[in-house]
Design a protein around this ligand. Structure first.
Ligand SMILES: NC(=O)c1ccc[n+]([C@@H]2O[C@H](COP(=O)([O-])OP(=O)(O)OC[C@H]3O[C@@H](n4cnc5c(N)ncnc54)[C@H](O)[C@@H]3O)[C@@H](O)[C@H]2O)c1
Length: 247
């Protein structure tokens, strides 16, 4: 019960690692606000966690819309009175998520904007919406999902994804600087391939496999915990040695 009575906001919590992390947090005693643009899925996830005896609310949020982001932060404060953890999971490569196979130089601007807005601006917006509360509390942790693509570059369908994921490292360092005087920490976690989709098994790593989602979530939960009290402003690659290169 590392997170007993801690209050967490998880973005991208309708599926994949965001949902798994929300489940882990609830099972370790946290009160969790699950947020996602997929209203039906996030509400179903919240209801399931409550049905299992957990403490959770669900809020439909498009991270590209600041008003919706602020509403989610306000709803969390109304429900639970504080915000201890922000976990920015919402994201994905624009080519895949928008079903757009065009190379970068032919990509519609709407798809370009999606890649930057969801992956970068969403985390900026949520961080902005919670940081004042964390500063007033004089405690809090913000974890943002980068990607190995943010350090090695992306293919034709992930140019903006890569740019955004690089930007999240700068965001994390800046949040760490802003938060440190008040006991607020920020870290970026940058996975290589993770088996939230079977196709990720195709991406090469030195260890010859993709990560199980739980392996990434375990690192995130450690960084959220008091055991990581001296860690802030850093980017953690968890990529099976992919960034050693040579592929
Ligand atoms: N799976 C991997 O191999 C991998 C590797 C590196 C980094 N990541 C990163 O980890 C995070 C989670 O990935 P995943 O594999 O669990 O993905 P996923 O697709 O299962 O989950 C992403 C969630 O984000 C939500 N989302 C999309 N657009 C949104 C918006 N505008 N507003 C709010 N929510 C929105 C989706 O509905 C979905 O529930 C992402 O940021 C991803 O870039 C994943």
């Amino acid at each position: 019960m590392r997170f007993k009575d801690k209050v967490a906001i998880v973005t991208g919590a309708a599926s994949g690692m965001g949902l798994l992390c929300a489940e882990n947090l609830v099972s370790e005693g946290a009160k969790v606000a699950l947020t996602d643009v997929n209203r039906d899925a996030v509400e179903a996830a919240g209801a399931r966690l409550r049905g299992d005896g957990g403490d959770a609310i669900a809020v439909a949020v498009d991270v590209r819309e600041y008003g919706q982001v602020q509403n989610a932060a306000d709803a969390t404060l109304n429900a639970y009175g504080r915000i201890d953890l922000l976990l920015n999971f919402a994201g994905g490569a624009e080519g895949r998520m928008r079903n757009c196979p065009a190379p970068f130089h032919e990509m519609p601007i709407e798809v370009i904007d999606w890649g930057l807005d969801v992956n970068l601006k969403g985390a900026v917006y949520f961080s902005r919406a919670v940081l004042g509360t964390m500063i007033r509390q004089r405690s809090g942790v913000i974890i943002t999902l980068g990607s190995v693509t943010g350090t090695e570059g992306g293919g034709p369908g992930a140019v903006n994804y890569s740019a955004a994921k690089s930007g999240l490292i700068g965001l994390t360092k800046s949040l760490a600087c802003c938060g440190a005087p008040y006991g607020v920490r920020a870290c970026c976690v940058s996975p290589g391939p993770v088996l939230t989709r079977p196709a990720m098994a195709m991406m090469a790593t030195r260890l010859g496999r993709a990560a199980q989602p739980q392996e990434v979530v375990d690192l995130i939960l450690y960084l959220c915990s008091d055991k990581a009290a001296f860690i802030t402003g850093t980017n953690y690659l968890i990529d099976g040695g992919r960034s050693c290169g040579g592929f």
